[in-house]
Write a protein that binds this ligand. Structure first.
Ligand SMILES: O=P(O)(O)OC[C@H]1O[C@@H](O)[C@H](O)[C@@H](O)[C@@H]1O
Length: 287
């Protein structure tokens, strides 16, 4: 019989996690807190950035310190575009593990966050949010699904806020956003995406319009990042020196080792009628 994928519980700091591993060596570490992917090892190398100063002690559970790195699930609000806590509450609440499937060449894990007294105190809506992680050799697909389980319409924005590991972001480039409408949140300027993007200063921009696969080149390493059109926007963020220094959960030179490329819904909220569902994915692939 051929070897199959494994799913093993482990802890990181004070967080309950799962390690999902393929027989070929690729693996994923996911925390139940936030449904937060903390690590993706593919091709023998860590592909996600996780700040060593990140709060991994569960302090995020009181809403004060989300984990810095990996793939935070920002929902039901992107950034400060609403009355909720920045980037929404989903990244700071405990999720449940609801399904898994362990094959020889593929494995998946599903985590779910449902509305509760705690979420209703923050946001008066009934919902079911699922994150399905599909791991294959050299590839990870993250699919976020939202269902309105209440009797009233609900509207949300959000993101899969992926932090990619870089050897040196100042030498890295991101291509695939050429010509897309660009909004620079630092200057409030509008332009069109340049080809390729480079990161020599603080960078915080939103690209709207139809997405095509992007390629992150970091030295000899390349990653193809794609997303479903249901997201609508792509956010590219790097804090650079000064903003990084203001983030207590980042090391001084942490900005050099990361680039966020986020599948996002920023400008136009998704509205779900009672019973309606929405899905959006981001896929990461070596090469
Ligand atoms: O520090 P946080 O809440 O995780 O947010 C990080 C960044 O997230 C990005 O998505 C935003 O575009 C930035 O403006 C923001 O600073």
């Amino acid at each position: 019989m051929s070897a199959r994928a494994t799913l093993v519980p482990e802890t990181l700091g004070g967080l309950n996690c799962w390690r999902l591993s393929l027989p070929g060596g690729d693996s994923l570490r996911v925390a139940e807190q936030g449904g937060h992917v903390l690590s993706w090892i593919a091709g023998g190398r860590e592909r996600l950035f996780l700040s060593p100063r990140s709060a991994l002690d569960g302090s995020a559970l009181d809403g004060s310190a989300p984990v810095r790195g990996g793939v935070p699930v920002c929902w039901p609000q992107f950034n400060q575009r609403g009355d909720l806590v920045k980037h929404g509450f989903a990244r700071q609440l405990p999720w449940l593990t609801t399904a898994y499937d362990l094959g020889a060449d593929a494995a998946s894990l599903e985590l779910t966050l449902c509305s509760s007294e705690r979420t209703r105190a923050l946001w008066p809506h009934e919902f079911e949010l699922t994150l399905r992680l599909l791991l294959q050799p050299g590839r990870l697909r993250l699919t976020l699904g939202a269902r309105n389980t209440g009797a009233q319409p609900l509207a949300f924005t959000g993101a899969l806020h992926s932090y990619f590991a870089c050897d040196d972001v100042a030498q890295a480039s991101l291509s695939g956003l050429q010509g897309r409408p660009e909004w620079d949140s630092l200057t409030d300027g509008h332009a069109q995406g340049a080809e390729p993007l480079r990161f020599e200063a603080e960078f915080d921009r939103v690209y709207s319009g139809q997405s095509t696969p992007m390629r992150l080149q970091d030295g000899a390493q390349a990653l193809t990042i794609s997303q479903s059109d249901s997201w609508g926007d792509t956010v590219v963020w790097n804090p650079h020196v000064a903003k990084c220094a203001a983030l207590a959960d980042m090391e001084a030179d942490g900005w050099r080792r990361m680039l966020c490329v986020e599948a996002a819904r920023v400008f136009e909220p998704v509205t779900l009628a009672p019973g309606q569902t929405w899905q959006g994915w981001q896929q990461l692939e070596l090469g």
